[in-house]
Design a protein around this ligand. Structure first.
Ligand SMILES: NC(=O)c1ccc[n+]([C@@H]2O[C@H](COP(=O)([O-])OP(=O)(O)OC[C@H]3O[C@@H](n4cnc5c(N)ncnc54)[C@H](OP(=O)(O)O)[C@@H]3O)[C@@H](O)[C@H]2O)c1
Length: 165
């Protein structure tokens, strides 16, 4: 199973200056709970926002063109095909965690979507693809996150599954 896991604001914004535009610990926890079930896959830019250190308890797979990239223990790959091969052979679920280039790359292969929608408008520079075809997916679950003094933005967690004909 291939899944996307991400958070976006009400305009599909996902990033600003190589960081998240918001602080939302409740979403960080959700992200961790979901991605602990398999391996995580990300672009080199996203990896360097973590910053450049594998997230614990999961295999970290990083996509880059750079042949000599030192991933500090992450698995380095150089093409989409290499990721799909790894996925096929590992038997693990792969959670693709961004950024925008990876969210475009696997649109035809992704089976499940874990989307957090933050009901707020932020400034930034990186967006989830605007032409993503949600009509191929069914939203099977959604619930509102807790708003409190640490999580000040109203937000909704959503789970979508690809509709199989
Ligand atoms: N809100 C969220 O849930 C969320 C999630 C993830 C990221 N983000 C944000 O998104 C931003 C980063 O996203 P991004 O789209 O700019 O970058 P990205 O997708 O994380 O990484 C892009 C890099 O991936 C590598 N790459 C892409 N396609 C490739 C291919 N076909 N073959 C080999 N390597 C390839 C290239 O690395 P090289 O240049 O090394 O070749 C490219 O520069 C940051 O602001 C981050 O905070 C937000």
């Amino acid at each position: 199973m291939l899944a996307y896991v991400w958070a976006e604001d009400e305009n599909r914004l996902i990033g600003k200056d190589d960081e998240l535009p918001w602080r939302l610990p409740g979403d960080v926890k959700f992200f961790k709970d979901v991605t602990m079930r398999g391996d995580i896959v990300m672009g080199r830019d996203t990896y360097e926002t973590i910053p450049k250190r594998p997230l614990k308890g999961r295999r970290n797979i990083v996509l880059t063109h750079r042949e000599d990239y030192d991933g500090n223990g992450a698995i380095i790959v150089h093409s989409k095909e290499e990721i799909l091969r790894l996925h096929e052979h590992s038997g693990e679920d792969f959670y693709i965690i961004g950024g925008a280039t990876l969210f475009e790359m696997f649109e035809n292969e992704v089976d499940e979507l874990y989307r957090t929608v933050i009901h707020e408008s932020f400034n930034g520079d990186t967006y989830f693809p605007g032409d993503f075809d949600y009509s191929k997916f069914e939203r099977v679950k959604y619930w509102d996150g807790v708003v409190d003094d640490k999580n000040i933005y109203p937000h909704t967690f959503e789970v979508w599954k690809r509709i199989r004909e």
